[in-house]
Ligand binder design. Structure first.
Ligand SMILES: O=c1[nH]cnc2c1ncn2[C@H]1C[C@H](O)[C@@H](CO)O1
Length: 357
């Protein structure tokens, strides 16, 4: 696979638990005495990955193939965070915001205990500390910047207040925002638990993004923006089905976190990339990023997403630069750090600060 955009990049939408190395899953399973359906990287890869367009519900079921291996294990959680930063650095990412559900990696103080684990002594709070630590060590070792976003899950509104409390506790240790992930096709109106957590986020100045309009209708996007006060929309493809809403969000400079490979394999978008919604976003010079979402499950890399945009949608170097600058402008870093990040991009892209998009 050729590298189409070999310059510093920003990634804003990627799930930590969807970006684990297969080798790490095998290593941890062996250490913990857990039997897996595959013994080699090749075998396990074929068990985990989605090759053909499926549904979001079917795709989300893939996490159950390996989450029980990593969850509840302190060393494994720290390791996946550290390795994640290494993998991103190798892809030319200089700033990444990585998201996950602390509850999904815990085995105590979480109800129900996920992945059929026995109760243990690893709480969501300690999971966040372990991820923070792994990311920080990765930042030092690989010289890039990594921040995290904590996910509420659509089907678990009772977890959402924990999430906002964790965001508040760890806002100076690398946690920059709250997200709402999970299956939008099963329940598409946000429960009171989610709404209360987002209200608290607004009150405390915690940044907000929401998965919306990936497979759900434009009304979910509208709710994300108007009720949950999302500053960015995860995916948001279906926004285009409501032209008034789309025009409004364009005028508001709303950021859309676009994941091309993901959108094909979750069945969110037409598998024909020449019909992809991001073409419209680009033609309208909208504010959006390109992201991998879950590279483990899609067996993909950020370069593959960029290549796809180049090969099937005619994306140019110029547009890649523009969208990365928009991504930096829309990231959840404090203003001073954001300015620094933007300076780095301008320099790497051979642009003067006055170039305005
Ligand atoms: O593309 C997605 N849409 C909705 N939810 C998702 C997607 N990718 C991953 N998730 C879920 C499954 C993960 O366990 C959770 C937290 O990272 O977020």
């Amino acid at each position: 696979e050729p590298v189409v955009f070999n310059k510093p990049k920003i990634e804003l939408h990627v799930h930590l638990d969807g970006a684990i190395r297969v080798q790490t899953i095998l290593d941890v399973a062996e250490r913990r005495g857990i039997t897996l359906p595959g013994k080699t990287v090749e075998e396990m890869t074929s068990v985990i990955i989605v090759k053909e367009p499926a549904t979001l519900t079917k795709f989300l079921g893939k996490f159950a193939e390996y989450m029980h291996v990593i969850a509840g294990d302190r060393e494994a959680i720290k390791r996946i965070a550290y390795e994640f930063v290494e993998d991103k650095a190798k892809e030319g990412v200089i700033y990444v915001e990585v998201r996950y559900s602390p509850h999904f990696l815990a085995n105590t103080k979480v109800d129900p205990i996920p992945w059929q684990q026995e109760e243990g002594d690893l709480s969501p709070d300690e999971v966040v500390r372990l991820v923070n630590e792994g990311l920080r060590q990765g930042e030092r070792a690989f010289n890039i910047k990594a921040r995290s976003i904590l996910c509420c899950m659509r089907h678990m509104p009772s977890w959402s207040m924990d999430i906002i409390e964790l965001c508040k506790t760890y806002r100076h240790q690398g946690v920059v925002a709250i997200d709402l992930a999970g299956d939008e096709s099963l329940n598409c109106e946000a429960f009171p638990g989610h709404r209360m957590a987002y209200e608290e986020a607004v009150r405390c100045g915690i940044h907000r993004t929401v998965h919306a309009g990936e497979v759900g209708p434009p009304s979910v996007v509208k709710e994300a923006v108007e009720v949950l006060k999302a500053e960015r929309v995860g995916h948001g493809y279906r926004t285009l089905q409501d032209q008034a809403l789309y025009k409004q969000l364009l005028a508001q400079n709303m950021h859309f976190e676009i994941c091309p490979i993901s959108s094909k394999l979750t069945g969110a978008c037409d598998p024909d990339f020449t019909k992809h919604p991001v073409i419209t976003f680009r033609n309208d010079q909208a504010n959006y990023s390109l992201n991998t979402d879950d590279p483990l499950i899609f067996n993909s890399t950020l370069n593959l997403d960029y290549n796809t945009a180049h090969k099937y949608m005619g994306f140019t170097e110029e547009e890649f630069k523009r969208l990365n600058i928009k991504s930096a402008e829309s990231c959840f870093l404090p203003e001073e750090e954001k300015r620094e990040l933007l300076q780095k991009l301008y320099k790497a892209y051979g642009m003067t600060r006055s170039t305005v998009f």
